[in-house]
Ligand binder design. Sequence first.
Ligand SMILES: Nc1nc2c(c(=O)[nH]1)N[C@H]1C(S)=C(S)[C@@H](COP(=O)(O)OP(=O)(O)OC[C@H]3O[C@@H](n4cnc5c(=O)[nH]c(N)nc54)[C@H](O)[C@@H]3O)O[C@H]1N2
Ligand SMILES: Nc1nc2c(c(=O)[nH]1)N[C@H]1C(S)=C(S)[C@@H](COP(=O)(O)OP(=O)(O)OC[C@H]3O[C@@H](n4cnc5c(=O)[nH]c(N)nc54)[C@H](O)[C@@H]3O)O[C@H]1N2
Ligand SMILES: [Mo]
Length: 759
Amino acid sequence: MTPEHGDYPELHVGHPKRQAVGPDAVVRTLEATVAKLGPARAARLLLDVNQDGGFDCMSCAWPDPGHRNALEFCENGAKAITWEATQLTVPREFWAQHPLSSLQDATEYWLGQQGRLVEPVYKAAGADRYEPISWERAFELIGERLNALDSPDEAAFYTSGRTANETAFLYQLFVRAFGTNNLPDCSNLCHESTGTALNEVIGVGKSTIAYDDFGKADLVIVMGQNPGTNHPRMLTALEETKRSGGSVVAVNPLPEAGLIRYKNPQKARGILGRGTSIADRLLQIRSGGDLALLQAVSRRVLDAEAAAPGTVLDRAFLDEHTVGLEAFAAHLADLDEVEVLRATGLTAEEIDDLAARYLAADRVIVTWAMGLTQQRQAVGTIKEIVNLLLLRGNIGRPGAGASPIRGHSNVQGDRTMGICERMPGEFLDALGREFAFEPPRAHGLDAVDTLHALRDGRVKVFVALGGNFVGAISDTVAAEAAMRGARLTVQVSTKLNRSHVITGEEALILPALGRTEIDVQGSGAQFVSVEDSVCAVHASHGSIPPVGDDVRSEVAIVAGIAEATLGDRHGIDWAGMVRDYDVIRDHISRVVPGFEHFNDDVRRRNGFVLPNGPRDSRTWRTASGKAHLTVNRLEPIEVPPGRLILQTLRSHDQFNTTVYSLNDRYRGIRKGRDVVFVHPEDLAERGLADGDRVDVVSEWPGEPDRVLPAQRVVAYPTARGCAAAYFPEANVLVPLGSTAIGSNTPVSKAVIVRLERVG
Ligand SMILES: Nc1nc2c(c(=O)[nH]1)N[C@H]1C(S)=C(S)[C@@H](COP(=O)(O)OP(=O)(O)OC[C@H]3O[C@@H](n4cnc5c(=O)[nH]c(N)nc54)[C@H](O)[C@@H]3O)O[C@H]1N2
Ligand SMILES: Nc1nc2c(c(=O)[nH]1)N[C@H]1C(S)=C(S)[C@@H](COP(=O)(O)OP(=O)(O)OC[C@H]3O[C@@H](n4cnc5c(=O)[nH]c(N)nc54)[C@H](O)[C@@H]3O)O[C@H]1N2
Ligand SMILES: [Mo]
């Protein structure tokens, strides 16, 4: 076997690192980029990234500071840019040499290494390989298949969060003009729990802070997030918190390198000195224990108020701006401390300490990512963050707020543009008015429900604007079986991945320009725009020539599909929008609130910031017009004897399902991904040792076991009772039926598993 098939004979396990970034990373980044792209292209790209007039880095949704450095990128951003800007392309012979049946075991790593896709290809029904096809025929074919469906609801249109605002708007317009709200997206697998919770309790599903707030906070609580790998530039913001006297508490089952110590690569101090120690305290929580922790901290805040009435809570704020305090306090009065300690795996002292820090701080920010959102009680947990913040008025003033840190670079913008299976009525009204048609009103399918519908034959055509649906979604075996049942699958992509190999009866791959590339249309070079984690919208201009002559922009591809499918139905001028993206922006300015002067605002240096009621004026678009303190039932994860709670996470050298290398430097892993991280005492209890091989077996009531075979056990300082393995490989273990209450997001961070020794 070769690495192509996911067996890693050279796997090496060393010690985890206690520090992130630093000079080492910068040198590696530059060397690797220059080696892959050549000095001229590398310099062009790295000088343009995240600069005014340049392109937006696609590696995460971390915001840009108002005062940008000359080099505003990070090691992992450079990997993403290099991966996209490679000049290696998939040659035409590739398809002749690789029937689909020969690619079934290929790893994501190997597929991604084949280079950029540069021509449209088609797999006919019954055929075992893709063959080149013209763009016109490809569009026609999609139109024919879509129009042959009994109902528009028999098609689903997925979006991954790299899609820019203009493309996203056009895409949802096409889908709704076609007649369905089946717009599942990667957000369904990501921050859906956040949007669901925040919309309900504060009236907006987004962050309530601005970039500069980090430097003003007295305390930042970083929950369920690994910024050193996934949002490296956030470490600079946390460094600012520390330098202005604030403290940082990390809540995480793992002692992630970036949370412990950070060397800022952009400052001499970072290069020469010891760096900044980031987290003043790390609470190594048991996976899924955050709701209990937050309730226990709020309980301590309420107890402190009871002990010294009038001194702890922000009464004026609570009276004017919130509802629900009494019920919330009554609920927490019954909080069972024994249950809390069991759910969190923490000591009472650790929780007391966090409560004391919260009470001592005037301004508190809580940030979070996938460790919280991909849990069964994710929505309740995020509502508890808001409860805790509201108690002392920590929303809507400087240095304080709730801050989900988004994943994909424009996942937030895609939602703003209408990529959502259940957009609010006002949005649909405005869309219908602008384009003189009646958008469908019935809610569409989210990602998990799309899979159910594919499996049951209710969805027959699946179109994906970017991403890797079968690689990213839970329950790989079920997902792949469902996808194979489709009549037609269409992938608009930059590079090969699993979703090109697992196809419907007929399949198309349409190669798209990436964000680094210059996009010339009828009216000249175009730019697009994106929205970051703190609601700032700015332009992104391509820097380098397109990788091939026959690669089209996503806008042009979406419009091509729309024209071929709808003809002149609704009289929408698709060609005019492709010719000049300003025309799309003008439409957006009349449909999406906050974008009224889009074409002017987006051309300003640093773009513009969208209005945000809670942040700007403490206004709340909720049912009551106030912020809601809510009651959430604590239901600790029940772990049967001998089992562990497994989380699936990212290595340092991957972007979601894209695997850049087989290393995970900060965790000490090299040349392999077939590992499972387990606490040494949990290993000892099972008679296992570091280096053993085990099958990781996931258990779900009433269903056969799911197995990730032959993983090398790594003794690792995770929280007791917890384990970790890499996504996407470990997706095979996540049951399709295991989703978060209220958001339907797969519970990728808490899978009940047992370990079975092999060999
Ligand atoms: N380089 C790089 N950058 C990326 C990505 C990438 O893959 N690579 N992906 C992008 C995307 S789409 C996203 S969504 C983000 C993801 O960013 P993260 O959310 O940081 O990604 P994960 O690797 O899933 O890490 C989850 C973290 O939560 C912790 N955790 C797990 N379970 C729990 C729990 O129960 N409680 C708490 N408190 N913590 C827990 C894990 O130990 C881990 O540190 O990053 C974005 N940026
Ligand atoms: N078990 C488990 N599963 C998870 C997660 C987890 O933590 N654990 N995390 C979830 C999360 S947070 C997310 S966001 C999803 C991610 O789900 P997706 O967004 O569907 O997956 P990606 O791996 O980001 O998609 C990568 C592919 O996008 C295409 N691509 C890249 N750039 C472009 C571009 O500019 N244009 C176009 N058209 N295509 C492009 C390439 O073909 C590439 O192979 O996965 C989720 N799945
Ligand atoms: Mo994500």
